[in-house]
Design a protein around this ligand. Structure first.
Ligand SMILES: Cc1cc2nc3c(=O)[nH]c(=O)nc-3n(C[C@H](O)[C@H](O)[C@H](O)COP(=O)(O)OP(=O)(O)OC[C@H]3O[C@@H](n4cnc5c(N)ncnc54)[C@H](O)[C@@H]3O)c2cc1C
Length: 457
């Protein structure tokens, strides 16, 4: 590694090439429990040209390269491959353009998601994808994972807001795919190949993002239920009433308790489930939809429905959902957050199955998630040092994924496959899809140097 470090130092200078033990330790993991590997070195490029030079060097010497943003990933995607170059893009953090005529923002990969959202907001615009990690995640990481967020039900996910991408390929060539045109069908949509590719097909260095006008107003409601089924049926009834709220999130009993102990937002501890519901848009429509949603919740047996009376109260309601992961993570030494996803019609089934499976294997699982888009987060509260319990967790997790697939769903709605979901991918997507993915990988990365061993072997 000494020679590699010396060669890369010539490209980046000594400040931006780290290979001392104490630095490497901090880049050995991401947000996923129980995964760690040591990189050979960490490169912190500031320009596409530097990324190009590093990739050319890696290709010539067949050294694996693992792209990294903030390392908040929840499937082990940016965990190093032993001895690799970690290519960390956080210093490529320039906002290149905010184009108010075309409603686009051109940014480098290392810009934080929150910064994109704030700049759009200041211009009277909205960048809708809002993963709960947005204060710390990079926009490059969001694109590489095709991240979703609380507003996904109405506004879609990261992919829906990417109009163009600059990618440095495995051989070091930099290519820009896409443009500012709303319509473009010239050939295959190559940018889409790289969105959600988890650093296995190319290094994303900058992107052109689509913005939308900021909704004029928003209303936030919190409904509490004494039965899980009633909450799930409320969600189905809201959708069936042709209302598409911008947020339709849920917390189960265990999560409610943890959130209340952590954030003291005044949640009722006797509730089996809570729904956070938000509608945004034109004031007249928002008023009507908020009333309709409250009525539907009451008609389906909600114990209480509260309408936020001020912007502060709305933030307080939303906090209950936004802090769910952190609140659960405090409870036990190891937190394993999954994102099994099912068609909305199967939500009640799936939540019940998760609870039964947790009881069967005697493990603690708090579930919360994006109920409006069927994306659930069963969260295992465990201890990785307890081998017997970890074995039961693995078994319960496998059964939950199998059930999600049986119900017409998927093993991951937004966190990606990485290392953590790799064993479950073949049964989720089948041999033909997997075969095509492998072919694509071989074509774009013939020497398998880009994040090898992630998604599939
Ligand atoms: C508290 C918490 C809440 C979360 N909430 C959500 C949520 O609501 N929705 C959601 O979808 N996710 C969520 N996540 C997961 C995570 O934040 C997202 O996956 C995020 O997009 C990762 O961004 P990052 O910058 O940390 O990327 P990293 O974790 O560093 O990398 C993620 C993957 O992308 C690849 N990658 C990173 N940058 C690039 C690049 N420039 N080019 C090519 N490949 C690259 C890496 O190799 C890796 O495979 C949450 C995580 C935490 C810890």
């Amino acid at each position: 590694m000494e020679k590699v470090a010396a060669d890369l130092t010539r490209i980046l200078g000594p400040e931006r090439l780290l290979w001392e033990q104490e630095h490497l330790a901090t880049y050995g993991f991401d947000g996923t429990a129980a995964l760690y590997a040591e990189a050979g070195c960490v490169a912190l490029p500031k320009t596409t040209d530097e990324v190009t030079q590093i990739m050319r060097y890696a290709a010539q010497n067949k050294i694996p390269v693992v792209a990294r943003g903030s390392g908040t990933g929840l499937s082990g995607g940016s965990v190093p491959v032993h001895g690799c170059i970690v290519l960390c893009l956080v210093q490529m953090d320039r906002v290149l353009e905010l184009d108010q005529k075309n409603l686009t923002m051109h940014v480098e990969s290392g810009v934080l998601t929150q910064k994109v959202a704030e700049l759009a907001d200041a211009a009277g615009l909205l960048y809708p994808p809002d993963p709960s990690s947005m204060k710390i995640s990079t926009i490059g990481g969001n694109v590489a994972e095709n991240s979703g967020g609380l507003r996904g039900l109405k506004y879609g996910v990261t992919r829906d807001y990417v109009m163009g991408l600059e990618v440095v390929l495995a051989n070091g060539e930099a290519v820009f795919f896409g443009n500012k045109c709303v319509k473009d069908v010239a050939g295959y949509s190559m940018k889409d190949v790289f969105i959600g590719s988890e650093g296995t097909l190319g290094i994303i260095t900058r992107m052109l993002l689509r913005l939308v006008p900021k909704p004029r107003t928003k209303k936030t409601l919190l409904a509490t239920f004494s039965q899980m089924d009633a909450a799930a049926e409320t969600v189905s009834a809201i959708i069936a009433a042709k209302i598409i709220p911008c947020t339709l999130e849920f917390l189960d009993r265990i999560t409610i308790k943890c959130v209340e102990e952590y954030a003291h937002v005044g949640l009722p501890l006797d509730a089996e489930a809570i729904l956070l519901m938000e509608t945004d848009g034109h004031p007249g429509v928002v008023e009507e939809e908020a009333q309709q949603m409250a009525e539907i919740a009451r008609n389906h047996g909600a114990m209480a429905v509260q309408l936020a009376q001020s912007a502060e109260e709305a933030v307080q309601f939303a906090t209950a959902r936004r802090v769910a992961f952190s609140a659960l993570a405090r409870v036990s030494p190891t937190t394993i957050l999954e994102d099994a996803t099912v068609p909305r019609s199967e939500l009640a089934n799936m939540v019940r199955f998760i609870q039964q499976t947790a009881a069967k294997y005697e493990v603690t699982v708090g579930t919360f998630g994006h109920m409006g888009d069927g994306n659930l987060h069963p969260t295992f509260l465990t201890n990785e040092k307890n081998e017997a319990e970890m074995e039961r967790v693995e078994k319960a997790m496998g059964e939950i994924f199998d059930q999600a697939v049986r119900l017409g769903g998927t093993i991951t709605g937004e966190h990606g496959v990485g290392l953590a979901k790799k064993p479950f991918l073949p049964r989720a997507i089948g041999d033909s899809s997997l075969g095509l993915m492998r072919q694509l990988k071989r074509t774009l990365d013939p020497d398998n140097i880009l994040n090898p061993g992630k998604i599939f072997d």
